[in-house]
Write a protein that binds this ligand. Structure first.
Ligand code: CP3
Length: 341
């Protein structure tokens, strides 16, 4: 690997500067993304290895990030399990057949890794194009977050149906979560076999949960997944919105890296984690709308707090928004790359 800053930081080894990549780095804030998106549907893009590779490479070539992330979506596992998934412009993901009762839950399939082979295909094409320049991050959605989309039938503000399921029918919730967890283990091990260099588990909506519910319905399954991965040499990142609260339990699940949202003081989180566990984060993505002077100030301030620390990957606290100016994203990456410890 020519540039292994990201891998070293993820394993808490010394680096000359923090590595940088950004969640949603291959997306709608780029004109070049729209040039492709205007010709295909989002799912077609995910399912055609050459196109998924083209999109994955955009931020590698145009932004100079230190890691690539596979172009796909967290909901492809739920689709493979039987969810009728569509992405509508301005609406986001929709499942036409939400999971609302025991029969729906029983109908969810678990032996589905064959249906996800297009992802292995994409990983192989991307690795041919990367030629060992930088690592490739694979990913999946965490069981609780995927469950929430299956139950709500799409995005939700309050996760009302999901919480009702957890509270009124915990056994049924556990049955579905275990199915998703088993699919996720197979899927992530398939990604490792296909050649990804790191993995991130996205539990985007865990912040909706109370502490005990997080433990029972999110943490338990994430820990199960981490324990079943062939992770030798492949660092694993645990992301959730809510990590500023849940970081101590996230650490117990045993990832290599905890990815932190922007509410938390990154150094405080780092100091609270076990020795040798790295942090990723945590610039407020809204800072990237601001003047370049502010962007630089905020990044350098973040770095000040992390001075002398191994195990720090620079990222945003959540994904890049579609209307953030491309120039500002590029500038932020330059600021990181000019820095040295
Ligand atoms: O980070 C990357 O650049 C890699 C690709 C990636 C996408 N989705 C592409 C995408 C990744 C890692 C994801 C993960 C994902 N998908 C998450 C977890 C990360 C997070 O944001 O918390 C979640 C919750 C989803 C589900 C999802 N997919 C939603 C809610 C939406 C629509 C809403 C939105 O943000 O626009 C998507 C669609 C989606 N996934 C797009 C992209 C580029 C937009 C598709 C389009 O062009 O319309």
């Amino acid at each position: 690997m020519k540039n292994d800053l990201f891998i070293r930081a993820a394993f808490s080894q010394p680096t000359e500067r923090p590595p940088v990549w950004m969640m949603r780095q291959a997306g709608r804030f780029m004109k070049e993304y729209w040039d492709i998106k205007n010709r295909y549907s989002f799912l077609e893009m995910c399912k055609t290895p050459e196109i998924a590779a083209d999109v994955t490479m955009l931020p590698v070539d145009l932004l100079g990030v230190d890691a690539a992330i596979l172009f796909s979506d967290i909901l492809v596992t739920a689709e493979a399990m039987g969810g009728q998934l569509s992405f509508e412009q301005g609406v986001g993901p929709r499942f036409a057949n939400p999971v609302r009762n025991r029969a729906d839950a029983e109908a969810l399939q678990v032996d589905v890794v064959d249906k996800l082979q297009y992802v292995a295909g994409a990983i192989q094409v991307i690795q041919q194009r990367l030629q060992g320049r930088i690592p490739l991050i694979g990913f999946a959605g965490a069981p609780f977050t995927v469950l929430s989309y299956l139950v709500e039938g799409g995005s939700s503000k309050d996760f009302k149906r999901t919480k009702l399921l957890l509270h009124n029918e915990p056994e049924l919730a556990h049955m579905i979560l275990q199915k998703i967890a088993d699919v996720t283990v197979d899927y992530l091990n398939m990604q490792i076999a296909a050649g990804v260099n790191a993995l991130q588990l996205f539990d985007s909506w865990a912040l909706a949960l109370a502490w005990d519910d997080y433990k029972r319905f999110a943490h338990h399954y994430n820990a199960y997944i981490f324990s079943k991965l062939a992770r030798e040499g492949v660092p694993v990142i645990s992301f959730c919105k809510g990590s500023s609260v849940f970081a101590p339990i996230m650490a117990e699940a045993g990832p290599d890296v905890v990815s932190v949202d922007w509410n938390a003081d990154l150094r405080m989180v780092k100091d609270s984690l076990p020795q040798g566990m790295a942090v990723q984060g945590n610039l407020d993505p809204f800072v990237l709308y601001a003047d370049k002077r502010v962007i630089k100030e905020r990044i350098l301030h973040l770095f000040d707090g992390m001075r002398g620390q191994n195990g720090f990957i620079f990222n945003l606290g959540h994904g890049i928004m579609p209307d953030i100016p491309f120039d500002n994203v590029k500038y932020a990456i330059e600021v990181v790359k000019e820095f040295s410890y």
